[in-house]
Design a binder for this molecule. Structure first.
Ligand SMILES: Cc1ncc(C[n+]2csc(CCOP(=O)(O)OP(=O)(O)O)c2C)c(N)n1
Ligand code: SF4
Length: 294
C-alpha cells in the first residue's frame, strides 16, 4: 500500500499517541478504507469524544468534531440529521462510549442511525492514566482500583446487538488487514454499525501481541451473521478469555441485519410529507395551531 491514504487525509499534525500504540493501526486502516472508496476528506465527518482514541479526528483533514467526553453520539446524530448526504464515523474509547456515553450508545443503536462507530477497546481509561473502565476485567489493577476491579466487564458486542444495532463486528488492532476489512464492511453498511477493535494500551499494559493467536475468525467457519441467537452466543464468548488463557476470541462480522429502518430516513420522510410543503417558518407555526388537524 502506498503512502497515498496518509497524505490524502492527514492534516499534517503528527499523531500524539505513544510510540507503539495500537491506535496507529486503526487510523491507518480507516484512511485506507476512505481512499479505496474514494471518499473525499470533505465528504466524511469524523466525530469523537475525549480520550486517547478520541484524538483521531485531530490528525485528519476530514470534516469532524472533537466533542465532550461521552458525547460523540449526540453530535454524530445531529450531523446525520443536518447533512444526510455526508457519512459519519465516530471514533471513541470504551470509557467514552460505554461509561458516561452508555445511554447515547444504546439509543443510537436502537434507532439504527446510519452511523459507523469504531470503539478502540483497550479495556481501561488511558488518557487519564489508567483507571478501570466498564470493559476492564474483574481484578484489573488501575490507579483507582489498586486492589482490583470488583464489577463484571460489560460486553460491547452483546450490548450493541441487544440494543438494536444492525451491524456488529469485532477486530484486533494487531491484525491490520482484518481491522481494515471490518471497518470497510461497516462503512458500506446502511444503518448503525459498530466495530469493536481490541486495541491494548502499550504504555499501561504493554504489548500483548500474543492475543493474536487466540483470534477466531467467524467468517472462516461459516457463522450465520443474520442469525441473532448465534450472533449473541459468539459475542458473549469473548470474555471467557479473561478466566481461561486458552479461550478463543471470536472476531469478524458477528451480526448483520438487513431491512431495519434507519431513524435518519424516517426523519427525512416525515419532513418531506409535512414541513417541506411550507415555504416559511411562519407557515409551519400556523399549521401547528390547535384545530389545524392534529
Ligand atoms: C465529563 C468528563 N468526565 C471525565 C473526563 C476525564 N476523562 C478524559 S478522557 C477519560 C477516559 C478516556 O478513556 P477512553 O474513552 O476509554 O479512551 P482511551 O483514553 O482509553 O483511548 C476521562 C475519564 C472528561 N474529560 N470529561
Ligand atoms: S496511553 Fe496507551 S492508549 Fe494512550 S496513546 Fe499511549 S499507548 Fe495509546
Amino acid at each position: 500500500m502506498s503512502n497515498r491514504p496518509h497524505e490524502r487525509y492527514s492534516n499534517g499534525r503528527k499523531p500524539s499517541w505513544c510510540s507503539g500504540c495500537s491506535y496507529f493501526t486503526v487510523l491507518s486502516a480507516l484512511t485506507e478504507c476512505f481512499d479505496e472508496r474514494d471518499i473525499a476528506p470533505e465528504g466524511v465527518n469524523v466525530i469523537s469524544g475525549i480520550g486517547c482514541s478520541s484524538r483521531l479526528p485531530l490528525f485528519l483533514n476530514c470534516l469532524g468534531m472533537h466533542t465532550l467526553h461521552g458525547r460523540p453520539l449526540p453530535a454524530a446524530i445531529g450531523a446525520r440529521l443536518a447533512r444526510p448526504d455526508i457519512p459519519v464515523v465516530v471514533a471513541t474509547g470504551d470509557g467514552d462510549l460505554l461509561s458516561i456515553g452508555a445511554a447515547h450508545f444504546v439509543h443510537a443503536a436502537r434507532k439504527n442511525f446510519d452511523i459507523t462507530v469504531i470503539c478502540f477497546d483497550n479495556r481501561m481509561y488511558a488518557m487519564t492514566k489508567n483507571q478501570a473502565s466498564p470493559t476492564s476485567p474483574v481484578g484489573y489493577k488501575g490507579s483507582l482500583t489498586p486492589y482490583g476491579k470488583l464489577s463484571a466487564p460489560l460486553n460491547i458486542a452483546e450490548l450493541a446487538i441487544g440494543s438494536g444495532a444492525s451491524m456488529v463486528c469485532r477486530a484486533c488492532a494487531y491484525d491490520k488487514a482484518h481491522t481494515k476489512k471490518m471497518i470497510g464492511a461497516a462503512l458500506d453498511h446502511r444503518g448503525f454499525s459498530l466495530v469493536e477493535v481490541i486495541a491494548p494500551c502499550r504504555t499501561f499494559n504493554g504489548q500483548q501481541r500474543e492475543i493474536l493467536e487466540r483470534m477466531d475468525d467467524l467468517q472462516d467457519r461459516g457463522h450465520e451473521v443474520d442469525n441473532r441467537e448465534s450472533a449473541m452466543r459468539e459475542a458473549a464468548r469473548v470474555y471467557d478469555s479473561d478466566n481461561n488463557p486458552k479461550a478463543v476470541i471470536p472476531i469478524g462480522v458477528i451480526w448483520k441485519s438487513g431491512g431495519m429502518i434507519c431513524f435518519d430516513d424516517q426523519v427525512g420522510r416525515v419532513l418531506d410529507e409535512n414541513t417541506r410543503k411550507h415555504s416559511s417558518v411562519d407557515e409551519i407555526l400556523d399549521d401547528l395551531k390547535p384545530g389545524r388537524g392534529w
